[in-house]
Design a protein around this ligand. Structure first.
Ligand code: SAM
Length: 214
């Protein structure tokens, strides 16, 4: 697959060897977690975005094994912090071990439970929010991320293209329906400026929504 080859080419050129991230992916596989983390190139993009805006407080919805969390936490350490929400206690345990191995235990707070409940109990402001959990709830996660963001804050929502299926109006796929509901909320929201960029690569054809809070 050409997309994968190009990802490998640029990842080889632009990303350093990274034992902590490699160990996290190995631990995830050993623990039976699905390989649905962001790609290395996407993780570094999130990291660079956080650094570019001088982020100090980051919110993540959807931890899995903490792969993206590690990328984000490295952008804010040592003074900053990341709160990451995960519903599955097994995923959260694996993530906590991966995060500790990466030397980031003091930077990351893994909150276990349904993200809507965790989010309802949080106070802002956050500089950056990365939404990457169950896609059916993306509109709710976006609303919370917006409530918790500072002016000028950035909200990134992953997997908003779904191999192109997002354009299927009649879809009954909960992820597509949820993504379309989120897309309408994003379009109607006057407090943000937003765009969507499609991505291809080792994770297939998908895309990110990027919103900047006014
Ligand atoms: N951001 C991670 C990364 O790139 O390494 C990948 C996250 S994975 C795509 C989605 C995660 O969201 C899974 O671990 C899943 O258990 C979690 N999740 C699903 N529904 C959730 C919910 N209602 N509340 C919190 N987490 C949820």
């Amino acid at each position: 697959m050409t997309w994968r080859d190009v990802d490998d080419y640029y990842t080889g050129l632009l990303l350093d060897e990274d034992p902590a991230l490699d160990a996290a992916l190995e631990a995830n596989a050993e623990a039976g977690l699905p390989a649905i983390d962001v790609s290395p190139a996407q993780g570094k993009m999130l990291h660079l975005l956080a650094r570019a805006i001088g982020a100090r407080r980051i919110l993540e919805v959807g931890t899995l094994g903490g792969y993206s969390t590690i990328w984000l936490a490295r952008a804010v350490q040592p003074e900053g912090s990341v709160v990451t929400c995960e519903i599955d206690p097994h995923h959260a345990r694996v993530a906590a071990a991966n995060i500790a191995r990466a030397g980031l235990a003091d930077t990351v707070d893994v909150r276990v439970g349904p993200a809507v409940d965790t989010l309802a109990g949080l106070t802002g402001p956050f500089d950056l929010a990365f939404v990457d959990a169950d896609k059916a709830s993306n509109a709710e996660y976006f609303a919370h991320a917006l409530r918790l963001s500072r002016p000028g804050g950035v909200i990134v929502v992953d997997n908003v293209v779904r191999g192109g299926r997002v354009v299927e109006e009649a879809s009954t796929d909960a992820a597509v329906v949820g993504t379309r509901r989120f897309a309408r909320a994003l379009a109607a929201e006057e407090r943000v400026d937003a765009t969507v960029i499609q991505t291809v690569g080792s994770k297939g054809h998908d895309g990110f929504a990027l919103a900047v809070v006014r």
